[in-house]
Each structure stands twice: as C-alpha cells, then as structure tokens.
Write a protein that binds this ligand. Sequence first.
Ligand code: S3P
Length: 173
Amino acid sequence: DPRVRPGSSVSLVAMPGAGKSTAGRHLAAALGWRFVDADVEIEQRIGMSIRAYFEREGEQAFRDLEQQVIAELVQIRPPIVLATGGGSVLREANRRALRENSVVVYLRASPEELFRRLRHDTQRPLLQVADPLRKLRELYRDRDAFYRETAHFVIETGRPSVPTLVNMILMQL
Ligand code: S3P
C-alpha cells in the first residue's frame, strides 16, 4: 500500500481472544520495538478496568476514549507494535487512522475458536452474557468485513503456536 511509509508501526486488529496482545508482544520482541496495548493504555488513563468503565459510563464513552487513544498511538515514533481493542474497527475514523498510519494485520479466527479461548473470561464486558458463543458469532458477522477493510493483510490464526504466528506476520512485513 503506497500510503504506508517505511518506518510505520504495525497494528493488530481482530476479535477478542484472537491473540492480538500475545502475538503483539512477541512480534515486538522479535522486531526490537515497543509493544503498546490500546486497552491497557485506556485503563491507565481512566484508572479503572474497561469493564468497570463500561458499567459506569457506557459503551459510547468508552468508544470516544478509544478513538482518542488510537489517534495518538498511531503517531508514535519510533514505530511500535500496537494491539487494538476488538471493537476499534467499528468507527470509520479508527479504520482510517490505523490503515493510513500503520501496517495493519488482521488475525482472523472463527467464533468457535474464540469461544474455546474465552469461555471463562470475566473481563470483557460484551461477553458477560448468557450465551457468549452466540454473541461472538454476532460480533464476528458484524465486524469481519471491517477488519478486512482496515487490514493490509490477513493471517488465518487457527491454532498455530505463537512463534509460528509471529513468523507468519514477519514474512508479510
Ligand atoms: C471490545 C474488546 C476489548 C475491549 C473492550 C471492547 C470489543 O478488547 O476493547 O472490552 O468491542 O470487542 P480485546 O479485543 O482485547 O478483548
């Protein structure tokens, strides 16, 4: 993509549970770059968990904050590896900011695989529902096209080891 300049950061977009933070941390180590997790950055700013913030202020307030944080993080130099929250691609401003300022990788995984990894999760507000598998299928249906639109390339995660996943990403950069 001609809009991506050399020296760009690498951003990971994907559903919750796809491995953005784990793969991102290892990828950053392999590149010798700093790793930044947008959700952790947000939690540091608000001084509480995202789950607590959702409960107090609602999802839209969280999305506003997320948009502001992403706009800042894509500008960081020297380049970083950025793990985004799974819902960041819902906003067009985020899709554009990520795509124009970083090399974006979509770590695709099926809702069934995500469920296998997240069924005991208590931290993700959107998954604290009676039927999380159904919720993951809905989120996937609503978002897959946005992840694809934002990403410069897609990595099919399946169940590769972390080193395999990192090598798959490195080969594309
Ligand atoms: C969200 C995913 C979470 C976090 C928030 C909302 C989403 O990040 O940003 O709970 O809408 O999918 P992860 O993708 O890291 O779980």
